[in-house]
Design a protein around this ligand. Structure first.
Ligand code: F0G
Length: 383
């Protein structure tokens, strides 16, 4: 705890550094200076949850952890990059932000724009945004435009607007977004004191896998050169394994998908902006890119909620479905049989389950009220 009344954007009372967001915690690793106004909602510091049942399911004495990014302020990992992108945009005098989104980027951009007191325009694929995410964009007061087209069309339009100079783009093609997203890797290194052996995550526009890989490398290098920490400095880098939805898997198939389709609407992307960087992360880490079907994604989502108490949106469940595929399938791009015993595995789950309730809501229709008596309730419980 220390007094924080010395910088714009912070209160005059003392509060813990971790609750002040990723810029306060990792300032030296981020492109900010004393003139940067800090636009933060207290993002980051998300739990790295040890999952005993998931570890048991995987076997081979492995420890599986879930990095739960769904508990960020707007319920997804996007907030880490958004705090940096919006702070830098304000420093440079931006008046209006713009982004294309499958939902989470727009919710995050709208929230940080509201916090900064500027307008945010979001361009979305019409009819393809999960209910909770669209609701957030409305709540935070964004100017919302739905298009007859997919995410890739929306990103093309947004790029054009940003080139004209009136808008600041806050998609992950903005390097400040990637810089902020690296902090998730920093947190994992700080928490377990080393890199995990394997890192699994969903891949859409491919910014996150790019940021994690850059984050692991950069932080390790900095720690190694830091003489104070050299004694316990580590040099390990994780194997990065990314998962795309089977109907939206351009990197896996090595070709643009014109009409991407998946129930995991967040990763319904046919031409990812950070395609090359993702490929580099996979190659340099000796990792892999693989696909999971919609049925596997829903099964992964249900499993994680029921057996570990972690409710994530379908796109996030691609990491869990992917882990199961590595274990169970002979067709897996990376088989768990290759994994050394007692490996440490981290799966990033990127967004909260409440954002995308539509599939589970269908199950709620089965719920019919019974008379309000102990006997009727006893009968309904059925035990
Ligand atoms: N998981 C969730 C919940 C996402 O919202 C996204 C991307 C991803 C995974 C994939 O991350 O794009 O860095 O590879 N959502 C973007 C959006 C595209 O507009 O919200 P990525």
């Amino acid at each position: 705890m220390r007094s924080v009344g010395d910088r714009r954007g912070y209160p005059t009372i003392a509060c813990s550094e971790r609750s002040r967001g990723v810029i306060a915690r990792y300032r030296d690793f981020l492109p900010v200076n004393d003139k940067t106004p800090i636009i933060s909602l207290g993002e980051g510091n998300t739990p790295l949850i040890y999952c005993p049942r998931l570890s048991e399911r995987i076997g081979r004495g492995c420890d599986v952890f879930v990095k739960n990014e769904g508990v960020n302020p707007t319920g997804s990992f996007k907030d880490r990059g958004m705090t940096v992108a919006v702070s830098k945009a304000i420093e440079r005098g931006a008046r209006t932000l713009i982004c294309a989104s499958t939902g989470n980027t727009s919710a995050s951009a709208a929230a940080y724009a509201a916090r900064a007191g500027i307008l945010c325009v979001v361009i979305l694929p019409g009819g393809k945004i999960a209910t909770g995410k669209l609701l957030q964009a409305f709540a935070y007061g964004a100017k919302i435009v739905a298009i007859d087209g997919n995410f890739d069309d929306a990103l093309r339009i947004v790029r054009e607007f940003s080139e004209r100079g009136d808008f600041t783009i806050v998609n992950s093609i903005n390097p400040d977004r990637i810089a902020g997203q690296k902090t998730a890797a920093f947190e994992i290194l700080d928490e377990i004191g080393d890199a995990p052996d394997f890192h699994l995550l969903p891949v859409g526009n491919a910014g996150n896998i790019t940021a994690y890989w850059a984050g692991y490398r950069e932080y390790q290098t900095r720690l190694r050169t830091d003489s104070e920490r050299q004694s316990n400095g580590s040099t390990k880098e994780p194997v990065m394994i990314g998962f795309q939805a089977a109907g939206a898997a351009p990197i896996f198939h090595n070709q643009i998908i014109q009409k991407p389709e998946t129930i995991a609407s967040a990763i319904r992307i046919g031409n990812p902006a950070s395609w090359k960087q993702a490929r580099a992360a996979i190659a340099e880490s000796h990792g892999a890119i693989d696909i999971v079907s919609d049925a596997e994604i829903i099964a992964g989502q249900t499993w994680l909620a029921r057996y570990e108490g972690i409710f994530v949106e379908p796109a996030s469940a691609a990491a869990i479905a992917g882990l199961f595929k590595c274990c169970d399938s002979n067709e897996a791009a990376y088989s768990i049989k290759k994994i050394p015993v007692q490996s440490r595995i981290v799966c990033t789950v990127t967004g909260h389950g409440l954002k995308d309730p539509d599939i589970i809501m269908q199950r709620m229709k089965e719920l019919k009220p019974v008379p309000a008596t102990v006997n009727d309730v006893q009968r309904a419980i059925g035990l």
